[in-house]
Design a protein around this ligand. Structure first.
Ligand SMILES: [Zn+2]
Length: 175
């Protein structure tokens, strides 16, 4: 399925959620951004086109969902996602010939819908967690074999590939 080498908006939105925990390039300190996003509706709607703004009581559950899905991605698994769907089933509808996943209208149901659609479109297996900075990226390589977030530092990556290359070279020199 070649279409899945291209990330779509749903998967991008899911990834924004997954990367609301991150290790920024400059500080390299694990940073939690989700609660602050919830406090700032304009920032939330800037980050998420589809996921409704959570209320304060929903945040703790979303943190657990996010960390579970991050763990699945890091392991190359989907069993925690499956566990969530068992606990919080979605309704499947067909709208204009397309499958639509809906739940109770909560942010959690919306995110589970985005994750389910990502699986359906063959994109879940292309989500990767960088072994160094833990950034969740979308692997667009033809053979789905990218390891590092990026070779170059920028808004979408942290140059962990280059850093690893330098480390390997230094290791060879000292050996
Ligand atoms: Zn990285």
């Amino acid at each position: 399925m070649t279409a899945s080498t291209i990330e779509d908006e749903d998967t991008q939105e899911l990834r924004s959620f997954l990367n609301s925990w991150l290790i920024p390039n400059d500080t390299r300190t694990p940073t939690e951004t989700l609660p602050a996003l919830v406090e700032d509706p304009s920032a939330w709607h800037g980050a998420f086109a589809k996921v409704p703004l959570p209320d304060g009581r929903q945040v703790a559950g979303l943190l657990v969902l996010r960390d579970d899905l991050r763990a699945d991605v890091a392991e190359g698994s989907s069993r925690r996602l499956d566990g969530w769907l068992e606990k919080c089933p979605l309704r499947v509808r067909v709208v204009d010939g397309e499958l639509e996943f809906s739940g109770d209208g909560s942010p959690q149901a919306c995110l589970l819908g985005l994750a389910t659609r990502t699986v359906l479109e063959g994109r879940w297996k292309r989500l990767r967690s960088c072994p160094d900075c833990k950034w969740v990226f979308y692997d667009q390589s033809r053979n789905n074999s990218r390891t590092w977030c990026s070779m170059y530092a920028g808004s979408t990556g942290r140059a962990c590939g280059s850093i690893a290359k330098v480390r390997r070279a230094r290791g060879r020199q000292s050996a």
